[in-house]
Every structure is written in C-alpha cells, then in structure tokens.
Design a protein around this ligand. Structure first.
Ligand code: MRU
Length: 352
C-alpha cells in the first residue's frame, strides 16, 4: 500500500542478502520509521515487542527470521533451536508456527549447503503468497459489500488492526474495505480504538487515512450503542487463529462486538488467509491466549501538545492489571469467514 505516495510492503529483504527491513509499528502513527533487522535475535525481539504484529505479518517475519539465522549456522540442531525460539515469541497467532514449521520442513529436506539460499527464497514465497491471498480476500469481501450496499453510505465496524500493516500487504479485514473504496462505493469505517495497545486508533486510522478512506475512531465501548442506533451495517475483523469448527480467535474485545452484532442482526465476518485456519484444532477453547505485560493496561502512550511522545499512568500505582490479549468468538456468532478461496459459513470451513 502507499505511504505518502510511495508503495511499501511491511517487510522486505535488503539487496545485501544479510538483513530485512520492517516498518516499526510501535512508532506509528507519529513517526514512520524503517528498521533494519540483521539477526534472528533482533527478529525475535521485533515480534515479541510488536515492532511487527498481526498474524500474517508475524508469520512472514518469522520466516525471514529463519533465513537470517541461516547466515550464522545451517545445521539441524541450530535450525530446530531457532525455530523453537521464534514459535515461542508470540503464542496465539497460528501463522507464526505455521510459517516456521513450513521453513523447517523445507530446509530439513535439503543439504546444509543448500539451506541459506533456499531459506531466503522460501521466506519470499511465504510473503508473496500472503500478498496474493489478501488481495483475493478483498475481492470476495467486495462482493459481500456490493450485495449489502444501499444508496447511502455503508458503515463497517472493525476491531484492532487487520489492515496492510498486519500482513505483508493489503490486509485481511481492511482488504475488502480498500477494494470497496477503490471501486467507488460510499463507505465509512468505525474504528475501535482497541485498548490496551490502541492498534485501531494508532494503526487502522493511520492506514485508512493514508488511503483516503473515510473513518471515525470510537472508544471500545461505543460499538454496541452504534449498532443499536442503526449506524453499523457490517462488522469485519481479522483473526489470529480460526479453529476447525469456525470459532474465531482475535484481538481482545472482538467477542463483545460479535455479541452486539448478533443481538442487532448485523452480519459479522472474519477475513482470514488460509494459514490462519488451524485445521488441527477442533474448537477455539484450546487456543493459548497470550497474556501480555500489565503495564500495557496501566500506561498509555501518546503525543503531547509540544510534539513529544509521552507515556502516562492511567490507574492507581497500587492497583494490579490483567492483560489477556485475545478472545474467542464462538462460531455461532460468525456470519461468514472470508478466505482467499471464497466466503464460508463457519460450519462449512472444512470444505474450503
Ligand atoms: O496483538 P496484535 O496486534 O498482533 O493482534 C492483531 C490482531 O488481533 C489482528 O486482528 C489479527 O492478527 C488479524 S491480522 C490480519
């Protein structure tokens, strides 16, 4: 997608063959900063501290992490060690383990001498496939919006950031939105702020603004009210993992939006590339929910009037905070799952 009229992906290998570039998402929306990652350790840090985040992107980042590791050593022991470390860097999004396991399977079948070159090639393939899948999700989602769109502006609510910043390009939930906007449909997006890390207010609002899509940031608690007032026509979210029965695990707070959408008869879609579907997992209850540091809840970061970036505490110093990062929306609340293969009822996911 475009930033100030220049096309960017969220991650790309550098011509030197010894590093990759990423957009540091902890600095957005105030600062667009590109960071060079030249070791697997730095990639593990970038994933854990969310310089790169979003299920498809951390999959591609982990694949490049393996390629960076192969610059050090190409033996089996080391490959398995870094694979384990990368998988442990964030537990919930299945794309991460999927990409690492794919890299390990591919490289293990080759002689050590072939592994370095093959690792860079396979990581690039994973990144390119993600772009292709997300672009196609956009086309399938566009049809849903076209079918539901009346003459007036169509209002879509989204949670967290499942835009191009969460993927290699195009996004998942935002891909149909970009496609609809580009097709000339009048659309407007309600952007949940998504506490505690504010991916909606910081990232989704920023990228929609870069693309010229009309949007309004709302507090996380406003969505249900807007639905009751008839101001939401559709909900589209991404996912970090979808179980075989269609349960959708996504950013904390998604479940509450799905409940409100169900109560107000508003269609609720999850847009996911196929690596996000965990066919080996019967239902969402078995998904490991990442518990992040309580300081993400206790503090908030933002730009002060003088332009400086400041972090302030928003609760009593003696209070404890809990920070589960994801929740599971049961399949019964999900109208459909948009993948690159089409739109499926959650109960029909296995046929996709
Ligand atoms: O903690 P994050 O920011 O990595 O969580 C991201 C989300 O929950 C997204 O909604 C999900 O990964 C879908 S991204 C296409």
């Amino acid at each position: 997608m475009f930033v100030n009229n220049t096309h960017y992906r969220t991650i790309w290998p550098n011509p030197s063959g010894s590093s990759v570039s990423i957009i540091d998402q902890t600095k957005l929306p105030f600062c667009f900063e590109i960071v060079q990652i030249d070791s697997v350790e730095k990639m593990i840090y970038a994933i854990s501290f969310m310089q790169v985040r979003g299920a498809p992107l951390i999959g591609a980042a982990a694949a490049y992490g393996i390629a960076l590791a192969m610059l050090n050593r190409v033996d089996d022991d080391y490959l398995l060690l870094v694979a384990k470390q990368l998988i442990a860097s964030r537990p919930t999004a299945v794309n991460l383990a999927w990409a690492v396991n794919r890299m390990v399977a591919h490289l293990s079948a080759l002689s050590p001498a072939e592994r370095l070159h093959a690792a860079w090639q396979e990581a690039a393939k994973i990144a390119d496939e993600d772009v292709q899948q997300n672009q196609t999700i956009g086309q399938h989602g566009l049809k849903l919006i076209q079918q539901a769109h009346q003459k007036n502006t169509f209002h879509i609510l989204t949670h967290c950031n499942a835009g191009w910043l969460a993927t290699v390009d195009f996004g998942t939930a935002l891909s149909p939105i970009y496609a609809a906007h580009d097709a000339g449909l009048a659309i407007h997006v309600w952007v949940d702020e998504t506490r505690p890390r504010n991916q909606g207010a910081s990232l989704t609002a920023w990228e929609l603004g870069q693309h010229g899509v009309p949007h309004t940031v709302i507090s996380d608690n406003a969505g249900g009210h807007l639905m009751q007032q008839g101001q939401v026509d559709m909900v589209i979210v991404g996912a970090d993992r979808v179980a075989a029965n269609g349960d959708v695990c996504n950013k904390i707070g998604t479940y509450l939006k799905a409940l409100a959408a169900h109560d107000n008869r508003i269609p609720f879609y999850a847009a996911v590339p196929s690596p996000t579907i965990d066919a080996n997992l019967a239902h969402g209850g078995d998904i490991e929910i990442e518990e992040r540091h309580q300081n993400e809840v206790a503090y908030i970061q933002g730009h002060a009037a003088d332009g400086s970036l400041q972090t302030i505490r928003v609760m009593p110093a003696e209070s404890k905070a809990a920070n589960p990062a994801f929740d599971v929306t049961p399949a019964r609340l999900v109208t459909g799952i948009i993948t690159e293969k089409g739109v499926f009822a959650p109960s029909n996911l296995a046929q996709g």
